[in-house]
Write a protein that binds this ligand. Structure first.
Ligand SMILES: [Zn+2]
Ligand SMILES: [Zn+2]
Length: 168
């Protein structure tokens, strides 16, 4: 997500509107078990403030998909998120010690800032609906669709899977 800053880099106060996408294959969410369904979109602006500090502000919109933690069916969620970050010229530290990203040359790559904003906000697990009954741990039937007899059998000690467990 590379932004050309030629038009604003020479004058303090100058800003440019930004609309930029990241393709799903470039925005990896596999560590969470999710993937983007369509390109992520950032819309906002980048302003050249004092001392070459660039301030990025805008909104990220993404739609991602993962598995329901209970029934394993695909679950799709959308997220809109405000992003506010800043970029210091490489090698410089901010006078106020506030953390920031750095840039050098005629471009700013905002990918890392977007990732750092999005990842902490994503849930650790997805559930298709709060009332999801999940899969039976014994026979694997989707209990949202039908009931099984495992619970009853388990209590009476007749579950074949229960016996396999004991043998193992
Ligand atoms: Zn579910
Ligand atoms: Zn069952």
């Amino acid at each position: 997500m590379l932004i050309d800053i030629k038009t604003i880099s020479q004058s303090t106060g100058a800003w440019q509107a930004i609309e930029i996408e990241s393709q799903p294959e470039d925005f990896d969410l596999s560590s969470l078990g999710y993937h983007l369904v369509r390109p992520l979109l950032f819309r906002g602006r980048l302003q050249n403030t004092e001392d070459g500090v660039l301030v990025l502000e805008g909104q990220v919109a993404l739609t991602y998909e993962g598995e329901c933690a209970r029934c394993l069916r695909p679950v799709r969620r959308s997220l809109n998120l405000a992003v506010s970050e800043r970029y210091l010229p490489a090698g410089e530290t901010a006078a106020d010690d506030e953390p920031g990203y750095s840039y050098s040359g005629g471009h700013v790559d905002i990918s890392q800032a977007i990732r750092d904003s999005v990842l902490p906000v994503l849930p650790g697990r997805l559930v298709c609906q709060e009332s999801c009954r999940g899969l039976c741990p014994h026979c694997g039937i989707d209990l949202n669709e039908q009931d099984c007899r495992c619970a009853a059998d388990h209590h009476s000690g007749l579950s074949p899977f229960g016996q396999i467990k004991i043998l193992l």
